[in-house]
Design a protein around this ligand. Structure first.
Ligand code: S3P
Length: 442
């Protein structure tokens, strides 16, 4: 059902979808999550600047990855859409062309930040914007290192917000200590470093997802990795064919649903289990979840596996420090698990959640409280007192895809019926989410 809600102060009226979810009697079956969003963005961008044509299988159908595809097309990259596969005809280094219009990254931080790194090194002018949420997210963390490399890049609010205006040109390598653990910023600097004069060395404060590094290595780039320090030398790339693993961040909703529902048995097939992303598996197991990771194999340079989960009795846990970047996107759904676990769960060092698609600390606390959860907000996380019987609620996604899906999981175990407004937000990462939820619910 569609509702009409006026967008913040602007004249346009946004159509919102409402989704009703009833407590489920049982959860059973198999799911194949969509292709990994982070890897899909990178595979399209890197093949777009490589020599040759790369075929990408199981490309993420998310609106976010489609934003990357449309920006690349606007930069002159020919991309043939073959269902869930793409054929990207690389322009090689220096072959991108000036876009006729403003590039639109939609809701996707990865699109904006990675492309800003790449565009800083192209010899033309580009402007990149995004939706209201993306225009309010911090870009100074990106602009500062790119300016140190010699980039001419500006943003609103003294260079801290999009739209970004980039007059690309010759960059030079830098040595840079990243102040925040961000795979998007790291990847933007690596993309700029590919085109720079001399080497670029960056050091991360904590490990973050390394899909860019893995792909660059597979495509022939000279990249050296020593712990948290990465050095990239300017080089050209060769296109590669690859199969994108299923998205663990999408699978996480079924891992939590299967663990907290009293009558559940779910098998999730072909999921990426990159160790820099798999914090959710470690934490759920530490909470007592009956999760089995089977048939581990490597495809396209990334580890993948099948994962089974069954009804479990969970206990509360502590999440902080270097673990946080390994499960940053899974914290809203982890909070749902914590609501029903025995004891208290404390999540700290997760202040980055405040600058995601929505403020994920404030919105998770606000929305789960409506289900009767006992959950307190901290500046950098939350405290959740568990063993609560959740009650169906009227709640809102705040146009945040991960929150919408976390609320869907809460609804599966909450008494009665839940109504989720803004349910269409799932399309940013997992367009088939509501269909899979209905299929698994018995
Ligand atoms: C992503 C990195 C993370 C993550 C986001 C995807 C990526 O963001 O939260 O969903 O693909 O590089 P940050 O780099 O801002 O931590």
């Amino acid at each position: 059902m569609l509702n009409r809600r006026a967008g913040n102060g602007c004249k346009s009226i946004k159509a919102e979808m409402e989704r009703k979810v009833r407590q489920s009697q049982a959860l059973r079956g198999e799911v194949v999550p969509p292709g990994d969003k982070s890897i899909s963005h990178r595979a399209a961008i890197l093949n777009g600047i490589a020599f040759g044509t790369g075929r990408i299988d199981n490309f993420s159908p998310s609106a976010d990855c489609l934003s990357t595809v449309s920006c690349l097309r606007a930069l002159g990259v020919e991309i043939e859409d073959q269902g869930i596969s793409l054929a990207v005809c690389g322009k090689a280094m220096g072959g991108l062309t000036e876009p006729y219009d403003v590039l639109d990254a939609g809701n996707s931080g990865t699109t904006m930040r990675l492309l800003a790194g790449l565009l800083s090194a192209q010899s033309f002018l580009s402007i990149i914007t995004g939706d209201q949420s993306l225009r309010s997210r911090p870009m100074d963390r990106l602009i500062q290192p790119l300016r140190l490399m010699g980039a001419d890049i500006w943003g609103r609010e003294h260079g801290s917000r999009a739209p970004l205006v980039i007059k690309g040109g010759q960059l030079h390598g830098i040595r840079y200590q990243l102040p925040v653990a961000s795979a998007q910023v790291k990847s933007a600097i690596l993309l700029a470093g590919l085109f720079a004069q001399h080497d670029t060395t960056i050091e991360e404060p904590a490990f973050t997802r390394d899909h860019t590094e893995r792909l660059l290595q597979a495509m022939g780039d000279k990249i050296e990795i020593e712990g948290r320090r990465i050095t990239i030398s300017p080089s050209s790339l060769s296109a590669i064919d690859l199969h994108i693993p299923g998205d663990l961040s999408s699978a996480a909703f079924w891992l939590v649903a299967g663990a907290i529902h009293p009558h559940a048995e779910i098998k999730i097939r072909d999921v990426g289990v990159n160790p820099k992303r798999s914090g959710i598996i470690d934490v759920l197991k530490a909470m007592g979840a009956d999760i089995r990771v089977e048939g581990e194999r490597v495809e396209g340079g990334e580890p993948i596996a099948d994962i089974s989960v069954r009804s479990s009795s969970l206990v509360g846990t502590h999440v902080a420090g270097e673990l946080v970047p390994r499960l940053i996107d899974e914290i809203p759904v982890l909070a749902v698990a914590a609501c029903v676990a025995e004891g208290t769960t404390v999540i700290r060092d997760a202040q980055e959640l405040r600058v995601k698609e929505a403020d994920r600390i404030a919105t998770t606390v606000e929305e789960l409280s409506k289900f009767g959860a006992e959950i307190e907000e901290l500046p950098d996380g939350m405290v959740i007192h568990g063993e609560k019987r959740l009650r169906g609620a009227e709640c809102h996604s705040h146009q945040d895809h991960r929150l919408a899906m976390a609320l869907g999981v809460a609804a599966l175990v909450a008494e009665g019926e839940t109504v989720i407004q803004g349910a269409e937000a799932v399309n940013f990462s997992y367009p088939g989410f509501w269909r899979d939820l209905a299929r698994l619910s018995k």
